[in-house]
Every structure is written in C-alpha cells, then in structure tokens.
Design a binder for this molecule. Structure first.
Ligand code: ADP
Length: 452
C-alpha cells in the first residue's frame, strides 16, 4: 500500500499529516460538543455512553498521531512508514466516522455525507487507484450495513420515528444517493487532479524548453561579447597611445577628441564586461562553484587597485579596512565580480571628492563585507527593484547615460552562489551601503572548504 503514494506528493505528506491532526481536533471538539448538547437537550434517544466512548477513542488516536508526528520529526521517517501511518489515519477516520454515524441513525443522519469530505481528502493525497480502493471499501461497508439493518442482522438506531413508509422505502433512496455521491465525487476529484497534473507536466516541459533557450542565449551573448571585447580593448589601447604621445604629438583639439572617444570606449568596455559577467553567471546557474580559502584583505586591495584610476578621475578616495587574517570560502572570480561591480557603482553614483570604503569583519558564523559610499543614494521604493535585471533608478538614468542595470543582479547571483546574501541601506543625498553576508570558514574548512 505504502508504495502507492505518488512520489511527487510524498514530500507534501508530513505537512498534510499535521494539517489532518489539526482538522481532527476540530472534528473531535465538534462531535463532543454536539453530543453533549443533544444529550442535555434530550433531543434523541441514542446510546450516549457508546458514542462518548467512540469520541474519546477519536481524541486518543489523534493524540497518538500527534505524538508520532512529533517523534517522527526528530528522525526522518521512511517513505513507507509515513505512508503506512497515513493509511492508518484514513482507515481509523473512516471506521470512527462510520461507527458514530451508525449509532446515530445511519442513513437518517445527515452527517453521513461527511464521508464525501473524507474521500476528497484521500483523493488529495493518494493516487486514483488507492482512492477507488477506499471508495469501493466504503461503498461496500455502507451497502452491507444497509442490507444488514434491512435484514435485521444488526439493530437500527433510529434518529427519528417516521410513521410513513417502511425501512426500505425510506432508506433505499438515501443509500443510493450517498453511494452515488461518493462515486461521483471520487471520479470528479480524480479527473480534476489528473488534469492539473497533466497541465503541471506540460508547464515543466515548457519551462525546460525555456531554460534551454535561455542557456543558448546566454552562451551566444558570452561568445559575441568576448568577440567584441578584443577589438574594442585594442581601440582603447590605441587611444591611450595617442594620448601618451606615442606616434607623435597631436594638436590639443585632436587630443580632446581622442580623450572623449577613449571615455566612450571605456564605457563600452564596462558594459561588455557586465554582459560577459551576466552571461557567465547565467551559464553557471546550476553549477556550484568550487570554493577555496581566500585571503579577503588581499582580494579587496587587488580590486580597489583596479578601480583606482577611475576613482582618481573623480577625486574619490578608496579605503579598505579588513583584518589581515580574514579568510573566506570563495572563488577569486566571484569576489572580483562582487567587489568590482559594487565599487564601480559607488564611484559612478558618488560626487567628486567623496569617500568609498570597503570594510570586512567576522561576526559569528558569517563574514560581513560592507561597501559604503557618500553618493546620492537610492529612493526607498526603488531599493527592492535595483537587484532586478535591467532595472536602473530614475536618478541613475538622468545622471549616467551608460549602464545596463545588470551589475547588481550579477552581484546578487555571485553572492548567492557563494551561499551568501546581500542587502542594501541607503539614505537619499547621504549615501548607500551594500552589505554582503558570506559564510565564514569553519574550523573543518581550514584546508579547503569544498573538499571535506
Ligand atoms: P547600472 O548599470 O545602472 O549601474 P546596476 O545593476 O549596477 O546597473 O545598478 C542598478 C541601479 O541601482 C543603478 O541604476 C542605480 O540606480 C542603483 N545603484 C547601484 N549602486 C548604487 C550606489 N552605490 N548608489 C546609488 N545608486 C546605486
């Protein structure tokens, strides 16, 4: 029986079982309160002691289910155990509901329609074969009890006395109605479920197709941008040569034009680098980077050095503050992508003469890296959006024409692939702080974090 649970639904089971336990407590309270009220009001002549005993059994069973769940949570119960446990609950629920209904008038009791509710819950969890097996057993039980009552093999506990018609004329339509309702509901819910599953499978196939197309697109961008980078870097190099006077002195006006052209090619190179990083991160989405133990201070200094010229052009001071012996489990490429993009942005969105600092420290199980600037800041309502692909704030678009809106999404992906997270705090007109949390090295990682 246990193996009949559909594997896609198995992971849901534990959550559903706790939900069932809660539902059963509600049912227990409802039944107990109804019985108590009916007894106090002396509405019906029923075997109350027996009914209270059955209700007590329901409470006890639910208590044991809740205890099993609590104990099972400590060790992971096997698929078979969980499935068996679930079947036990369903069988107990059916049996107790049947007994409660049987001793309170059986087909005369409108609560016998609660079986439909049970069938719906069963269909929600199990495969169609199991549901039909349960419905079959239930239908056989109802038909059997009806026949046994009719043949007076078992007593009929009358809920109300009706003078019109025989047992058969009163209860046959009720039995037929209940049985057809059970069969129709099982059939409907199973068909709906099957349709939803088919739709889910179609969506999965489509998603896979889109993921493949996305990969092809990323690889294409990676190839094209790599091809573009070489010639543009060469043009930039020639501009540098002209500016340095290699190849002869140029008139000041020509130099000015070359400087502007150089500035634009540098911007173009930055955009291409962002696109290369973006395509690279996309192509690595499902690949877990092999991290090694890196000296953070050295990596921060290397990256600040690369951006020093850019900062100097705006008289911006770059400062680093990181303990010498701070090591992080990361890859040099990913740290370069993270720090490079954040410091580059800080320079881009800060006024001349301001200060940018990169500080790092260990706090508990995490390494905190903060990139602070005194730039124009980000509107609070835009803070959420800046990590979205291609998003650029209104202010940034007015201030800086060049930009792809890809830098921060790349940073976010890079941080997450190092098992970290990133947040941002910003005050308009005062500056922004990007806060990266990376897992710190554990004692057992001292040699190499990914070769345990
Ligand atoms: P862009 O290419 O526009 O710089 P990013 O993805 O790197 O793209 O950044 C997204 C947006 O976040 C930017 O357009 C800018 O509005 C905002 N932003 C990023 N860093 C800063 C910063 N240090 N100060 C102010 N705004 C920033």
């Amino acid at each position: 029986m246990a193996s009949k649970i559909e594997s896609s639904e198995y992971t849901e089971l534990n959550r559903v079982i706790s939900w069932f336990v809660v539902l059963r407590w509600i049912a227990f309270a409802g039944v107990a309160a109804t019985l108590l009220a009916v007894r106090l009001l002396k509405l019906y002549d029923l075997p109350y002691a027996l009914l209270f005993a059955i209700t007590g059994l329901l409470g006890l069973l639910n208590l044991s289910f809740a205890a099993w769940l609590a104990l099972g949570g400590r060790g992971v119960p096997s698929r078979r155990q969980t499935a068996g446990f679930f079947h036990a609950q369903i069988v107990c629920d059916f049996a107790l509901l049947f007994l409660l209904v049987y001793f309170t008038g059986f087909l005369e009791n409108p609560f016998c329609y609660f079986f439909v509710f049970h069938i719906l819950l069963t269909a929600f969890i199990f495969s169609s074969r199991v549901v039909y097996a349960y419905v079959g057993a239930l239908v056989a039980l109802i038909a059997g009890a009806f026949l046994a009552e009719y043949l007076r093999l078992i007593p009929h506990f009358q809920l109300w006395s009706s003078s019109t018609g025989s047992y058969l004329s009163q209860n046959l339509p009720r039995a037929a109605g209940l049985i057809s309702l059970l069969l129709i509901s099982a059939y409907l819910i199973i068909s709906i479920k099957r349709r939803l599953e088919e739709k889910g499978q179609r969506i999965e196939v489509e998603l896979d197709r889109y993921r493949n197309l996305d990969k092809i697109k990323s690889n294409f961008i990676l190839q094209v941008t790599h091809e573009l980078r070489g010639p543009i870097a060469a043009v930039s190099g020639y501009h540098e040569m002209l500016l340095r006077g290699i190849g002869g002195q140029c008139p000041p006006k020509t130099l000015d034009i070359v400087r502007k052209a150089n500035h634009r090619t540098d911007n173009l190179l930055t955009i291409i680098d962002e696109m290369i990083d973006y395509a690279y991160m996309k192509s690595q989405e499902e690949v877990r980077p092999v991290r090694s133990r890196l000296p953070l201070r050295g990596v921060i200094e290397e990256n600040l050095e690369l951006l020093e010229t850019q900062a100097q052009a705006k008289q911006i001071t770059l400062a680093a503050n990181c303990p010498k012996d701070l090591w992080v489990p990361a890859t040099r490429d990913l740290l370069k992508i993270i720090l490079g993009n954040l410091v580059h942005n800080a320079i881009k969105y800060s006024p001349p003469g301001s200060r940018i600092s990169v500080t790092a420290q260990v706090e508990g199980p995490e390494v905190h890296i903060l990139v602070r600037d005194e730039g124009f800041g980000i509107e609070p309502e835009e803070l959420e959006k800046i990590f979205e692909e291609f998003y650029r704030t209104r202010a940034a678009r007015q201030l800086e024409r060049d930009g792809t809106g890809l830098g921060l999404p790349i940073v976010k992906r890079a941080v997450e692939s190092l098992a970290g997270r990133i947040t941002v705090y910003s005050e308009l007109g005062k500056g922004s702080t990007f806060h990266i949390f990376l897992p710190a090295l554990e004692a057992k990682d001292e040699q190499d974090p990914d070769h345990r």
